[in-house]
Every structure is written in structure tokens, then in C-alpha cells.
Design a protein around this ligand. Structure first.
Ligand SMILES: [Zn+2]
Length: 262
């Protein structure tokens, strides 16, 4: 039976195992330096989700990727489509409510863009209290910190945006759309800061998101110059493995009923 949600008929959805994990990938349309296309986040998160669906077709159902995200802080760069965080949250919660209405109990919001993370975290929490289904949010890079550490060539600060990670994965899938000759190092991370990190490996203890154009000249944060397709394959396969593991964990979470103690 297909893992692609939209390929099913309504009687098939009706009789389907409702403990399949429904994956909703969420990306963004935004600047990724002068060397990567606007659709970088969409391409990566969609490929990860598609590969997971191929790997475990009986355990998941895959929805189409939401191609726009929360990124108004990027809008000084031409091409960015920016969605208000409230809009994105409501939209995602509406999707979750629809799924819950049809009986699905387990949902994964799989994120491909940094600033969607807090929005999807909130959306997942809201979906749980609105629908009582299990709604999980996860950003793929947070699942593969150890693999990033193992395979990276850049120092801390080299993996943040249009960086070694994203450029490598894009090179692995679609090298014709990567203009590596235009890639420049743009490390914004400050080693002297204890609580702020601008590297995706490990994340930041405290958070401030300034206007993107105030932090980087060409939109890059990190070191895309050391990217290559082989590393892209390693990063990508790690993301698929980790997401598949996460899905097994989501399927194994026991869903207890609530108890109102009033
Ligand atoms: Zn990106």
C-alpha cells in the first residue's frame, strides 16, 4: 500500500491503520547565498521524508511539503516568501485537526528551516491539546548532531545556513543547480559567546534572531566552500536513518487518556 497520502482513495483512508505516522514536511522559500537555490530547505526536507516513506511504507503516510515558512527576517533578500508565524501555526494545526478528524493518531511535523522550529513546536503542542492526537515536531538537523560532527570539515560556525551541510546535500541531489564558484565563507558564530551558537550542531542555549541582512553580506552563514556531494550523501542518509528511528519511537509511544481532576 502506498505511503503517499494523496494517492489513496477515501475508502482506503477509512480502513487504514490509524497508527501510521503521518509526516508533514515543512520547508521555506528563501535566499541561500549566491550559490544555492531558494528551494533548498524544501528540496532537503522533501527528499528526507520521501526516502523515509520508501523505507517504511507500511508505517507512515506522507503529505505534500508546505513550501513556505516563517522567515520575514530574511526579506531583505529578493525572492523570499514570508509567512507570518501565526498563519503558519494555524495552517499546520488545521492540517493536524483534519487528520485527527479522520482518526489518525500520530503526526510528525518534519522541519527543514531553522525559524520554523519554534512555530512548529508550538503548533505540535496546540495540536495535542486541540485534537488529543500525538503530534511531534522535529528539525532534521537536530536528529543528526553526532553524524554532523563526524563528517564535517568546517569548524563550529560552518554549518548554519547555505552552509557545508545544505550545500553538500544539494550537491548530492542536484549539482546542476549549485553554483559553487560563487560560494564564500561567512562564519557569523562567535566562539567567545557561551550561550549563543550560530551552528546547527548542538543548537544555541539562548536565542536571538536578528535581521538576516544585518548579520551576513550574501545570505550565507557557514562555510559552503568545503561542501561536496559525498558528505551530502552521508549527511542525508544519517537524516533518513534518524527520522526512521524517530518514527518507530513515535509509533511506540503509549497514549494515555487524560484525567480531569476538577
Ligand atoms: Zn536552509
Amino acid at each position: 500500500m502506498s505511503a503517499i497520502y494523496g494517492k489513496h482513495t477515501w475508502p482506503e483512508i477509512k480502513s487504514m491503520d490509524k497508527d501510521r505516522v503521518v509526516i508533514l514536511p515543512v520547508g521555506a522559500m528563501e535566499d541561500h547565498g549566491p550559490h544555492l537555490p531558494l528551494d533548498t530547505d524544501n528540496l532537503i526536507v522533501s527528499r528526507v521524508a520521501e526516502s523515509v516513506a520508501e523505507l517504511m511504507p507500511q508505517e507512515v503516510l506522507l503529505l505534500p511539503t508546505i513550501p513556505f515558512g516563517f522567515n520575514e527576517h530574511h526579506k531583505d533578500f529578493p525572492g523570499v516568501i514570508f509567512i507570518q508565524p501565526e498563519t503558519l501555526m494555524h495552517f499546520v494545526v488545521d492540517v493536524a485537526c483534519s487528520l485527527a478528524h479522520h482518526g489518525f493518531r500520530r503526526i510528525l511535523l518534519l522541519n527543514g528551516h531553522g525559524s520554523n522550529h519554534p512555530v512548529l513546536d508550538l503548533a505540535a503542542r496546540k495540536a495535542v491539546i486541540t485534537t488529543e492526537c500525538l503530534c511531534v515536531s522535529a528539525s532534521y538537523w537536530n536528529l543528526i548532531g553526532a553524524d554532523i560532527a563526524q563528517h564535517r570539515s568546517s569548524r563550529i560556525g560552518g554549518i548554519a545556513h547555505a552552509c557545508e551541510l545544505e550545500t553538500s546535500i544539494y550537491l548530492y541531489f542536484d549539482p546542476d543547480h549549485v553554483q559553487l564558484d560563487k560560494a564564500k565563507v561567512s562564519i557569523v558564530h562567535d566562539d567567545s559567546k557561551k550561550y549563543f551558537s550560530l551552528d546547527l550542531m548542538g543548537g544555541s542555549k539562548a536565542m536571538v534572531m536578528q535581521w538576516w541582512s544585518a548579520q551576513t553580506e550574501d545570505g550565507t552563514m557557514g562555510d559552503p566552500t568545503v561542501a561536496d556531494a559525498h558528505k551530502g550523501k552521508l549527511f542525508f542518509e544519517a537524516a533518513v536513518r534518524a527520522t526512521a528511528e524517530l518514527i518507530r519511537e513515535i509509533r511506540s509511544i503509549k497514549m494515555n487518556s487524560r484525567k480531569d481532576h476538577h
